[in-house]
Design a protein around this ligand. Sequence first.
Ligand SMILES: CSC[C@H]1O[C@H](OP(=O)(O)O)[C@H](O)[C@@H]1O
Length: 354
Amino acid sequence: MVDVSNDSQSVETLRWRDGRLEMIDQRVLPARFEYLPYSSASEVAEGIRSMVVRGAPAIGCAAAYGVALESLALRQASREAFVAGMEKGFEVLAASRPTAVNLFWALKRMREVWEANKQGTVDEIVDRLLAEAHEVSAEDVRINRAMGAYGAALLPDGARVLTHCNAGALATAGHGTALGVFRSAVEAGKRISVIADETRPFLQGARLTAWEMVQEKIPVTLITDNMAGHLMSRGEIDAVVVGTDRVAANGDVANKIGTYMVAVLAQRHGIPFYVACPLSTIDLAIPDGTAIPIEERSADEVTGFRECQWAAEGVQIRNPAFDVTPAELVTALITEKGVVTQPNRENIAALFAS
Ligand SMILES: CSC[C@H]1O[C@H](OP(=O)(O)O)[C@H](O)[C@@H]1O
C-alpha cells in the first residue's frame, strides 16, 4: 500500500526532481508504483503515446514539461540548432495523441512563452519555460479543487456515484476532476460511495480509479462495463460523474469509450449525468462533437492484456479510445467557474465571457 493518504494532496502524478521530470508509470499500476524519468520532448511524447501518463489535464501538464525539458536538453546547442530543436519538440509532442485538447492547450500556452522570450539568452528561455510548466501543474490542482467544490455541492449525503475510466489525480496534476468531486465531497463530510466501471480495454477504472479510492479509503465498488444498466435499473446508482478529454462549443463531450452508453442509460433511468470539465478542456474552435478527432489505438489492447491473450487469432479489431456524448444527455458541466446546467453554445460561451 503506497502512502498517498496525506492531508495536503492526492498522489503526485508528475514531479520535477534533479532537473528532470518524473511520471508515475500508469501502465503497471496497481501492481507496481514507480516513477519513470524524462529528459526531452520526444521522451515525454512517447510517455504520452504509450499511456505512461494519460488523462487530459495530466497530458497537458506533461507536454508543458516536455517543452521545458527540450530547452534544457538543447542548452549547449548553437542558436540555430536550439531554435530548430525547439520547433521539433513542439511538433513531436503535438503528434503524441489526438483527442485530449489539453495537450494542444498546453502547447499553445508554452509556445506563447517561447515566442515572447526566444530573443533572450538560452538561460532566460529555459527559466521562463520551466516556470510556466510548473505553473500549468500548480494551476491544474487549484482548478480541480475549485471544480471539486462545485461538484460536491451537487451530490447528496450518501450518494452512490458511478464513474467511468479514471478522471482522478492520476489523470491530472492532483486531486482529479471527476474523482476530485468525490474527494471534495468527502472533505465536506459527505458519505458518498463510488462505483467504478472497469473501463475496457485499458482498464483505467479497475487499475487506477479503484486504486486511488482504496488508497484514500473512499468506498469504491468495481463493476464490469456491462453492469451499469442493471444497477441503474435496480435504483443502485444515484448520479454519474465522469471526466472529459474535449468538449465542443455546443457542449458535446468526448470521453473514454463507453461513456456515451452510460449517458444513454442514465437518461433512460432519470439519473443525473455530470461531466467534470476544466475550461482548458473546452474547445470553442470545434463546433460540435462530430469534429472531435477520435483516437484509434492498437488492436493488442483489445485482444488481451500483457501476456494473457484471449481473442481468436485473425479476428478483426476496432479500438476507438473515445466516444462522443451529445450535449442533450449531459445534465451539467462542472467547471472551476461553476456549474453549467444543460450545456449549450450560449451558456458555454457565457462561461468564457464571465
Ligand atoms: C480528467 S481527463 C481523464 C480522461 O482521460 C481518459 O482517457 P485516457 O485514459 O485514454 O487518457 C478518460 O477519457 C478520462 O475521462
